[in-house]
Ligand binder design. Structure first.
Ligand SMILES: [Zn+2]
Length: 369
């Protein structure tokens, strides 16, 4: 793909910025208003201006009026850096690497923002291990690694000057997968080291979801913003997913109670409204005893539970005397990489590059560092 001179300039500037920051990603892992208990072997705690905080492998920090407090005395600093050669335990969650505790004043109260710093490659390996079931082939894992790295880089670039680049409340889960059995996740990460997906020279917004159910969606149809590399793609590859076809049954009483906030009186019927090109419900019409109301398909998913209504690709809604039954296909928002589709394509002999070109047409893999 030919890119203009300006784009090349822009790209080199961006890549240089990221390279200079040692490919570290900063992940917000907590906002704490009370006491934060931190422990770890040979724990080191140093304030922003370099003053060591004495500890015996365990410290308790809390937000003071204008600085981080240790017990009842002020550290006189709004930043405390934590290091340990082993695992750092914070409020019963474990982290490997460095942690920053940042004093903040938000919404009228003081809090401590906890930021976990780790190399992007470590983060990517963790995501690949937690996002892909064991037994998936290397090419599917490589496609996931490039997608996750691209997403992380895009977030980092977007928030380059902020206290953190990504928010996560489940970072400990992210690490659960890295063990001997998941060495393939590490290999997929190493084999694609530094590779990101770009469009017109810039890292793309690399979204992914579990299974599309037959056709991925355009970003425009789902979020209202058109992205040239997310037009939606036909996918006949995710049939191996248990969510390719699903059914959710709920009794009428529970349905009434779940939709209480939106239905005018008890629910009589639910009808499909506007649809996306891929067949997802943009809107649904709820007919209650006292009238009707139109809500978004996503709101219906939220009210009934994202794991019950696995997608808005709902193909049938039938309301019987005792039960309502929703039939549908796919799991997740349907935009970008279909993970089960990647698995299916890898099994059919396609490479990670083929997989990514299929779900993100017009993009190019570039080595960023
Ligand atoms: Zn699919």
């Amino acid at each position: 793909m030919k890119t203009g001179f300006l784009k090349v300039l822009f790209l080199s500037a961006l890549f240089a910025t990221l390279a200079n920051t040692d490919q570290i990603i900063r992940i917000a892992v907590g906002h704490e208003k009370g006491v934060v208990h931190i422990s770890g072997p040979d724990l080191e705690a140093v304030t922003g201006d370099g003053k060591a905080i004495k500890n015996s492998g365990s410290i308790k920090l809390s937000p003071g009026r204008s600085a981080v407090m240790q017990g009842s005395s002020s550290t006189e600093s709004q930043l405390v850096r934590i290091k340990s050669p082993g695992l750092i335990t914070v409020q019963n969650r474990k982290f490997r690497g460095n942690l920053e505790v940042i004093w903040q004043h938000t919404g009228g109260t003081q809090e401590l923002l906890l930021v976990h710093l780790l190399p992007i490659e470590t983060y990517v390996a963790g995501i690949v291990a937690s996002e892909t079931p064991k037994g998936w082939g290397l090419e599917a894992l490589k496609a996931q690694a490039i997608t996750s790295r691209t997403y992380a880089v895009w977030q980092k670039y977007r928030r380059l000057t902020g206290d953190y680049h990504m928010e996560s409340t489940t970072i400990d889960q992210v690490y659960r997968g890295i063990d001997a059995e998941h060495s393939l996740a590490v290999k997929a990460t190493e084999d694609t080291n530094g590779q990101v997906l770009t469009y017109a020279g810039r890292p793309i917004q690399a979204y992914f979801h579990a299974a599309c159910g037959g056709h991925t969606e355009s970003a425009e149809d789902i979020w209202g913003t058109a992205l040239p590399y997310l037009p939606g793609a036909k996918c006949g590859f995710c049939k191996g997913s248990r969510s390719y076809k699903w059914e959710y049954r709920i009794n009428r009483l529970s349905l009434n109670s779940a939709l209480k906030s939106v239905s005018p009186g008890s629910v009589k019927a639910i009808r499909a409204g506007q649809k996306t090109e891929g067949g997802r419900l943009k809107t649904v019409e709820i007919l209650g005893k006292k009238g009707k109301k139109v809500i978004s398909g996503d709101m219906l998913r939220k009210l009934l539970g994202y794991n019950n209504l696995r997608s808005t690709l709902i193909t049938d809604i039938s309301i019987g005397p005792l039960f309502a039954t929703f039939s549908g296909r796919g799991h997740g928002h349907g935009v970008g990489l279909c993970q089960w589709g990647a698995y299916g394509m890898a099994n059919a002999g396609y490479s990670a590059k083929d997989i990514l070109e299929h779900y993100f047409p017009g993009t190019e893999i570039r080595k960023m560092y």
